[in-house]
Design a protein around this ligand. Structure first.
Ligand code: ADP
Ligand code: ZN
Length: 518
């Protein structure tokens, strides 16, 4: 059932049903592939224009396009939107009466529907009509849900592998806004479309300035950041409900219209917060990650992460809520090892603990990067940025490197003397020759490395330690009370004269000066 002469139909159909004169980058090529019965995987950021990639072919194919979507709540809106454009569409799910369901099945039989939306759980109820005679194309929306590598795994998606077997010649178009390389491979493997052509649109949001700061005095930093943007809309993401409430309170005390949002609020309360935010009655929402899905607000000027997200997909998705209007916006992330340790605790014992930790590791590396952050972020999504972006904190204030071999040797030999039993705080205390209870009780003042680092401040030691962990010279053993351990690379520094390069810590004055600018 190849669509003939579709080329002449593309633009008129785009205009007639969607009102647009031109395609966005890649849409046309994707649509042509689908019309030529090729399987495709589309990775396009939210708001990029994924829907047209299957809706327009649906209009040109004979028969119905089956759209599998996990969000029952959004199906009705999507179908209403299509109908308003004169497109014969329907949805099929468990919220409907059996009469309604029968009516829809009849419409498919009669080839009256162009698009049918269905949740994966409801597919079995359609088994009588799940045949190539009726369906000309299969669209799998939010395709990352199929993969436990993704960040939003849904078991009901895992059965979808049968589709290619039942529909060997019907094109499958899988779409998602977030999928790293491993997830993409998993998607095409599980859907049995290993040769699907992959279309990866640019994930770059140039107008969002990326910045990461150490989390010292977070609240003070946030207050001054928000006060400088008086009257502008922003979201502050926190890990805990308590966090959202306490920050909202502190902002309110400074005269900033702020509200908390989390899953502990009633449905009505949450709707009100969303609405107040959308209509600019509340400027700042302090929220858990539950906030923002399905919120279409173009003038969000900043997104702050009070706590570190658990992976770069989440980070990207959340900062992507800023600057949809294309105007300059800010994404500010606070980084501290305390968050990493906390996030590790959440993944402990999970069936995919290893995957999750690998993702957290990438998130941490991003936070500690000494290279253009946008390069790292886009690289994670498989996109190569040729030049540094010029719109991230690293580009704006490139760190200066110096040879820090002796510093590294001091720290690593201290870890060695402590035999991997002490966490970062104690290691630094020993280096600095502190005289606290733990040290005296354990007799650490007798260690050879005691006090050998007293010329370096506590804060600077933390800065160096982070880099040494990042460069792989030592690591945190999360399963052993977060103690610091040597790695196979440590001995290169300790015994084989391997040189280590570190960045200079910014002085508090420099840090403040930099923060004043933004
Ligand atoms: P996604 O599903 O990728 O999040 P949508 O398909 O909902 O994105 O599209 C986002 C917005 O972009 C919608 O308002 C849509 O109408 C609009 N859009 C899509 N394609 C085009 C186009 N070719 N020209 C102009 N606007 C478009
Ligand atoms: Zn940059």
């Amino acid at each position: 059932m190849i669509v003939e002469n579709y080329q002449t139909e593309l633009y008129p159909t785009l205009k007639k049903y969607f009102g647009y004169d031109t395609f966005r980058p890649q849409q046309e090529e994707i649509i042509e592939s689908v019309l030529n019965h090729k399987d495709v995987l589309v990775i396009m950021p939210t708001g990029g224009g994924k829907s047209i990639c299957f809706q327009l072919p649906a209009l040109l194919f004979e028969g119905t396009t089956l759209v599998i979507s996990p969000l029952i709540a959004l199906m009705k809106d999507q179908v209403d939107g299509l109908k308003a454009n004169g497109i014969a569409a329907a949805y099929f799910n468990s919220s409907q009466s059996s009469e309604e369901q029968q009516e829809i099945i009849k419409q498919v039989y009669e080839k009256k529907l162009k698009l049918l939306y269905v949740a994966p759980e409801s597919l079995s109820a359609l088994s009588d009509i799940l045949k190539p005679t009726y369906f000309s194309c299969l669209a799998i929306d939010e395709a990352h849900c199929i993969s436990s590598w993704g960040h939003d795994f849904r078991p009901s998606y895992q059965q979808l592998g049968f589709l290619k077997k039942s529909f060997p010649d019907t094109p499958i178009i899988a779409l998602t806004a977030t999928a790293d390389k491993a997830t993409r491979k998993d998607i095409v493997d599980q859907l049995n479309i290993p040769h699907a052509k992959q279309f990866i649109s640019s994930f770059d949001r140039e107008n969002i300035e990326l910045e990461v700061r150490p989390a010292t005095n977070r609240v003070t930093q946030i207050l001054s950041f928000v006060q400088k943007r008086a009257g502008e809309s922003g979201i502050i993401y926190c890990l805990s409900r308590k966090g959202t409430e306490s920050i909202a309170e502190k902002l309110k005390n400074k005269g900033i219209e702020a509200t908390a949002y989390h899953a502990g609020l009633s449905f009505d309360q949450r709707s009100k917060v969303q609405e107040d935010f959308i209509f600019d009655r509340t400027k700042v929402v302090c929220a858990t990650v539950a906030f923002g899905m399905g919120i279409d607000k173009s003038n969000v000027r900043f997104v702050i992460h009070y706590n570190m997200p658990k992976n770069l997909e989440g980070y990207y998705q959340e900062i992507g809520r800023a600057g949809r209007d294309g105007l300059p916006s800010n994404a500010l992330l606070f980084h501290t090892y305390a968050d990493v340790i906390q996030l590790r605790r959440f993944t402990e014992g999970a069936s995919n603990e290893e995957f999750q930790n690998a993702k957290l590791e990438r998130m941490t590396q991003f936070s500690e990067a000494t290279d253009c952050r946008r390069k790292i972020l886009l690289g994670y999504f498989g996109e190569l940025l040729e030049e540094n972006c010029g719109n991230c904190d690293v580009c704006k204030n490139p760190p200066e490197f110096f040879e820090g071999t002796v510093i590294a040797q001091k720290l690593l030999s201290c870890i060695a003397r402590l035999k991997g039993t002490a966490a970062a705080g104690t290691v630094i205390d020993v280096l600095r020759g502190a005289q606290n209870q733990v040290i005296l009780e354990k007799g650490y003042q007798n260690l050879k490395t005691y006090g050998i680092g007293n010329a370096i401040s506590w804060r600077d030691w933390q800065h160096y330690l982070t880099q040494l962990i990042n460069q792989g010279y030592c690591e945190i053993a999360f399963h052993l009370h977060n103690s610091l351990q040597l790695t196979p690379f440590s001995k290169k520094v300790l015994f084989e004269n391997q040189k280590v390069f570190l960045t200079k810590p910014k002085t508090l004055k420099e840090q403040k000066a930099q923060q004043k600018k933004v």
